[in-house]
Design a protein around this ligand. Sequence first.
Ligand SMILES: C[S@@+](CC[C@H](N)C(=O)[O-])C[C@H]1O[C@@H](n2cnc3c(N)ncnc32)[C@H](O)[C@@H]1O
Length: 184
Amino acid sequence: MSGMAEKVLREIEESARRRYLPIIGPLRGGALAKLVAQLKPKRVLEVGTLIGYSTIIIGKELEHDAEIVTIEIDREEAEAARRNIEKAKIKPKVQVIIGDASDVIPTLQGRFDLVFLDGHKSEYLKHLKAIEKKLHQGSMVIADNAGAYAYFMRDYLDYVRNSGHYESRFIQLGKDGLEVSIRL
Ligand SMILES: C[S@@+](CC[C@H](N)C(=O)[O-])C[C@H]1O[C@@H](n2cnc3c(N)ncnc32)[C@H](O)[C@@H]1O
């Protein structure tokens, strides 16, 4: 694991405290890292880069043969993310795309082994539906804030739990948690 990645993560945690940035943080971030280490995805899509904290969490578990595509609607945050990701010296190739995930996802080529949803909570279902054709059996979809913000993503949670297309479980972490869904 890169020492620089850990250093950059601590710096982002510090600036997130000062600026009240909604990063995933060490508790849910630690659970995300474990899931990534188990799955070892080669292609990852992230929605909601912010300044790159969760991208680095995911990337530090992966090797040079992996690729992360991450989408951020806010140009300034995306540019800060590019700088942080560069500085963290993680091994995978990372592409930070500036734009609305709803416009960007249809332009993406190939399949994804892991999707991490962390944009606007009310848009999770829209983003999942947009990426669904690019998943395969066994692809994992992780949705952040599925505890504290469950109300705002109830259509999403109902879909992954009850559509029959996923096997889905909630991992409680403190007052919040991750919804982890495997494509059947
Ligand atoms: C909770 S923050 C992401 C935190 C980040 N994943 C982390 O843990 O470090 C949500 C981000 O999603 C971005 N966002 C919201 N809606 C989006 C959309 N439709 N497309 C792309 N990015 C979006 C916001 O600008 C914000 O930076």
